[in-house]
Ligand binder design. Structure first.
Ligand SMILES: *Cc1c(COP(=O)(O)O)cnc(C)c1O
Length: 388
């Protein structure tokens, strides 16, 4: 693979940044092709190639590129007809888009805690939140490692509730061999610049319930039957449902296509980086300096991120300060959404202890395709200095 940073000199005040976007080689060539083909708007040749690629690679029979994972999640809320009388269960420890998509439809959000062993949603916590009004359970495969799908699918089935997999971190990761994004009613992915495979801003909706497919295509095309019209399946092109502008332009799909063609190399490298960190910190973990989120037997590592768990927030802050001093960018992650100003509206939140603990103690180490072995030595060197 021809590999280069987008700018020759990647601008960062950090000697080792947290993330660094890179090109696989054909992004600009494909964009040029897209422009020359004369259709620069969406649902053209490159978009169709990407759809076909996802069908072949992961068996996502019904999939649609979107302008972001946020948009794909908003499509999920529309597809499931979520409204003000409905409750949606979701993890507190997640990105704001997981919640916003359903809050926008007026749903009542019920936040579940994380597991003790890792930041993924805890099935026991989910079970306690189920009521007659629960319409969907949204789950996030944190760091790309699968949630406890057997339990979650069981709960959903017993109560006839949909599951939405927010698989924003989880491209090319599996649960007992099944690709993440293929297990719920609906699945969503992100191709934001900070994710394993990217096109700047972009996403994917995977529709696993065939009954929702026809409508998905309509919502995607601003609530019209334009896609069916373009295929010659209908005489008229009209407004038939809700919708929005969820489809990306061809320029975006062209960029993404180049990245997808290199996914095998990208993933092999990222998984290698993950194991590189895992081996380098093993003795520190054995000495009890910090711990690592558990990767359960049913899950895989997809090299999305590498996180450590410090003893407490004071230790976390002191460690991040030392990284800053060395110009190495290590960062914490989510603040629990149930404690956020928008959700609490000034009221005292009910603390979810595991989510709170991850918010206070989780630190992500620099993680990008081009990170070198010696840079990883240096990152772990900072940990060694801190815990000496
Ligand atoms: C990145 C991310 C999103 C949002 O993705 P966009 O493509 O930026 O909209 C949603 N959920 C999770 C868990 C994410 O990490």
């Amino acid at each position: 693979m021809v590999l280069s940073s987008p700018q020759k000199a990647f601008q960062s005040k950090y000697r080792i940044p947290y993330n660094k976007p890179f090109l696989t080689g054909r992004e600009l060539e494909y964009i040029q092709q897209a422009v020359q083909q004369g259709q620069i708007s969406g649902n053209g040749a490159f978009t169709k190639r990407c759809h076909e690629w996802f069908r072949k690679r992961y068996g996502f029979q019904h999939n649609l590129l979107t302008t972001s994972c946020t948009d794909a999640l908003e499509m999920c809320a529309l597809l499931l007809d979520i409204g003000p009388r409905d409750e949606v269960i979701l993890p507190a420890y997640t990105f704001v888009s997981t919640a916003n998509a359903f809050a926008l439809r007026g749903a009542k959000l019920r936040f579940a805690d994380s597991m003790a062993a890792n930041p993924n949603i805890c099935p026991n916590s989910v079970e306690k939140l189920i009521t007659k009004k629960t319409k969907a359970i949204v789950i996030v495969h944190y760091g790309g490692s699968a949630c406890d799908m057997e339990r979650l699918l069981q709960i959903a089935k017993a109560h006839n509730i949909a599951i939405v997999e927010d698989a924003a971190h989880a491209i090319d990761s599996f649960y007992k061999g099944a690709p993440l994004g293929s297990l719920g009613t609906l699945g969503t992915f992100s191709f934001h610049e900070t994710k394993n495979i990217f096109c700047g801003e972009g996403g994917l909706l995977v529709v696993n319930d065939p009954a929702l497919w026809q409508r998905a295509e309509i919502l995607w095309e601003k609530g019209t039957n334009r896609a069916a019209f373009a295929r010659g399946e209908t005489q008229k092109y009209c407004w038939i449902d809700l919708g929005s502008s969820f489809l990306p332009p061809e320029v975006t799909s062209a960029f993404l296509m180049s990245q997808l063609e290199h996914i095998t190399e990208i993933q092999a490298k990222r998984v290698k980086i993950w194991h590189g960190y895992n081996e380098r910190v093993r003795d520190l973990v054995e000495r009890g300096c910090f711990s690592l989120p558990e990767v359960p037997e049913y899950a895989t590592v997809n090299g999305h991120l590498f996180a450590i768990l410090t003893r407490d927030i004071e230790q976390r802050d002191a460690l991040i300060d030392l990284f800053e001093e060395k110009l190495v960018k290590a960062i914490f992650h989510y603040l629990p959404l149930n404690e956020s100003p928008y959700f609490t509206k000034g009221k005292k939140p009910v603390v979810l202890p595991n989510a709170r603990r991850y918010a206070e103690t989780l630190v992500r180490l620099p993680f990008f395709y081009e990170i070198t072995e010696s840079e990883m030595d240096e990152v772990v060197g900072v940990l060694r200095e801190f815990y000496k």
